[in-house]
Design a protein around this ligand. Structure first.
Ligand SMILES: Cc1ncc(COP(=O)(O)O)c(C=O)c1O
Length: 368
């Protein structure tokens, strides 16, 4: 009988594809191919193809992808970049760490940036926008691209939570100058440690990232093209991720089935707002199943006390952390959802019995 459910279960996921992962491990180890070898190149080709861009460049993390993208766009001191008030802090930190100023904009009830608030936030210093596609559902890219064209802004898509999602069939990470990806273990394409990538159609951006991830060096000529960084995706991680990428389409289908099961079983509860939206053409891949409960922490604590791992990102918005020195201009939707968010377990390792257990615990909370 099920009496606990993990948020994700990397060990169980490994056992589902153990033969393939073990074979890749032994192949890489036997060859001693650790840095910038064929597995990385192959994964980059396959990732680019999956996203629908000409290039993918493997990096150490999603943060590195954001950081590198802003540098490639020439964004630096004196520039402003628009970012959502509700996102993982790395989106904003990348802006700060290139010396630019983040300008925070509130989100709507799908957790993504409110496109109607973008134009009022634009000044003559604005150089870019980082739309974040949160939880597997994309920000309104058609409108954002229109604004970008009108004001000549660079778009860096923070797609770290949305590999595989799309609008009218055009995938996340293929709209802007770059798409930024994280392979942190909790992600839909999770590695065995940190990892990331950027995708782009621009050959100069791809070449820039390829050099800068390797201390500025052009690996063919040995020429240094600038003071760079050490932030290359490991060849071993790339070999593992390439295997997982092949499973991703099936895994996305499984996530959609789980989401539908949650919807069918919970949508009658009036105090829950479930993450099902009706924007035509927008495809949700459910990286996270983040709902809102009017009972906030009382609800999430109840699930935890019944041994269900949930995420409550983020009870405290990042701009409220004093050390970050960000201006809290008041973001009503972010404030409201921060009190209420709760992500239910959502992963391909879940059994039907575990899903039923989560549903029964949620329902028992509302019966109390
Ligand atoms: C929306 C978003 N942006 C950026 C990142 C940063 O990715 P990483 O942890 O790989 O640096 C993450 C991952 O946690 C994320 O969810």
């Amino acid at each position: 009988m099920v009496n606990s459910v993990r948020f994700v279960d990397p060990g169980k996921n490994y056992r589902m594809i153990k033969d393939e992962i073990d074979a890749a491990y032994f192949e890489v180890m036997e060859k001693g191919d650790l840095i910038d070898r064929e597995h990385l190149k192959r994964f980059e080709q396959n990732l680019a193809q999956f996203v629908g861009t000409r290039y993918a460049v493997g990096l150490n993390s999603g943060y590195d992808a954001l950081h590198m993208s802003l540098r490639a766009a020439g964004i630096g001191p004196g520039d402003e970049v628009i970012v959502p008030a509700h996102t993982f802090v790395a989106t904003c930190s990348a802006v700060v760490n290139v010396g630019a100023d983040p300008v925070l904009v509130d989100v709507t009830n799908d957790f993504n940036i409110d496109v109607d608030l973008i134009e009022p936030a634009i000044t003559e210093k604005t150089k870019g926008i980082i739309p974040v596609h949160l939880s597997g559902y994309m920000a309104d890219m058609p409108k954002i691209m229109e604004i970008a064209q009108k004001y000549n802004l660079s778009i860096v898509e923070d797609a770290c939570q949305s590999l595989g999602s799309s609008i009218d069939g055009k995938r996340a990470g293929s709209w802007g100058l770059t798409g930024c990806w994280s392979f942190y273990p909790f992600k839909i394409l999770g590695g065995y440690g940190d990892g990331g990538a950027l995708t782009t159609d621009d050959p100069e951006v791809a070449a820039f990232a390829q050099r800068m991830r390797y201390n500025g060096e052009d690996r063919e000529t040995g020429e240094y093209h600038g003071h760079g960084f050490t932030c290359l995706l490991d060849n071993m991680q790339a070999a593992f991720l390439d295997i997982k990428l092949r499973h991703l389409p099936d895994w996305i289908e499984r996530r959609k089935i789980i989401a539908e099961k949650y919807r069918q079983s919970l949508s009658d509860l009036p105090d829950l707002l479930l993450p099902h939206y009706d924007k035509p053409g927008f495809d949700h891949i459910y990286q996270n199943y983040t709902l809102r409960s009017k009972q906030g922490s009382e609800f999430s604590d109840y699930l935890k006390s019944n041994n269900i791992e949930v995420l409550t990102q983020f009870r405290k918005p990042y701009y409220k952390h004093a050390a970050l020195k960000l201006e809290d201009r008041g973001f009503p939707e972010t404030e409201a959802l921060s009190r209420e968010v709760c992500s239910l377990p959502m992963n391909v390792e879940l059994t039907d019995d575990e899903i039923d257990y989560v549903i029964s615990v949620v329902r028992s909370f509302y019966k109390k």
